[in-house]
Design a protein around this ligand. Structure first.
Ligand SMILES: [Zn+2]
Length: 213
């Protein structure tokens, strides 16, 4: 591959300057980052160092790059969010797509996703559990929507989705469709906006995957 402008490889270069422990390896078109990423404590002292690699992922920068923990500090297993090939599972897919909707650079990915993830791994290694546990697969998707819609009631999710994607006329000053007795603008409008941001296709897809529709 000899693309003139390779956004991913340009971003790798920027990240390698920002994180001196990481350097560029591989050949053009197949470059990746490899090295040490430090996790710091509240005082800024290095609490732990992880050996990592960051590789290209399809859809970048609208998807996370692939991150691997290659030092063997994190055990392999789905409850550790680490796969057989050493790659790390950083988030539920829908959440990932939302976080990347404006494009997420390698550097921002390291700062906003990878370092907090590794800090959480370190926390678990010393304390026995994660600060915030999240789940994979279907339960992960359900957890995501329960959070976004502020209820675990799946029939309510359908009601909300129906209002967001089917109801044409949304009256802000009338009573909310949920039956709370509050005006729509003071009740579900805020939650509707979140669902709208995720998008109809994605929501339908997710609802289908969890067996809701
Ligand atoms: Zn409501």
């Amino acid at each position: 591959m000899t693309q003139k402008k390779d956004i991913f490889e340009r971003d790798l270069l920027l990240a390698s300057k920002q994180f001196p422990g990481l350097s560029i390896k591989g050949t053009p078109g197949k470059l990746f980052l490899k090295g040490i990423l430090d996790i710091k404590d509240c005082d800024g002292n290095v609490a732990y160092s992880y050996s990592i690699e960051i590789h290209r992922a399809d859809g970048y920068p609208f998807r996370f790059p692939k991150a691997y923990e290659v030092g063997g500090d994190i055990p392999i297993g789905s409850d550790w969010h680490k796969y057989e090939d050493n790659s790390l599972c950083l988030d539920v897919e829908t959440e990932e797509v939302l976080k990347c909707r404006r494009g997420l650079s390698v550097s921002d990915f390291i700062i906003q996703e990878l370092i907090p993830h590794l800090a959480n791994q370190r926390y678990r290694a010393t304390e026995g559990h994660y600060v915030n546990e999240y789940k994979h697969g279907i339960s992960g998707v359900k957890e995501f929507y329960a959070e976004q819609m502020e209820t675990a009631d799946e029939q309510m999710w359908l009601k909300i989705a129906n209002h967001v994607f089917v109801t044409k006329d949304k009256r802000r000053n009338e009573l909310c469709y949920c039956g709370s007795g509050k005006k729509y603008k003071q009740c579900h409008e805020r939650i509707d906006q979140r669902l709208e941001l995720i998008g109809k296709q994605k929501v339908l897809n997710d609802f289908n995957n969890i067996g809701l529709i």
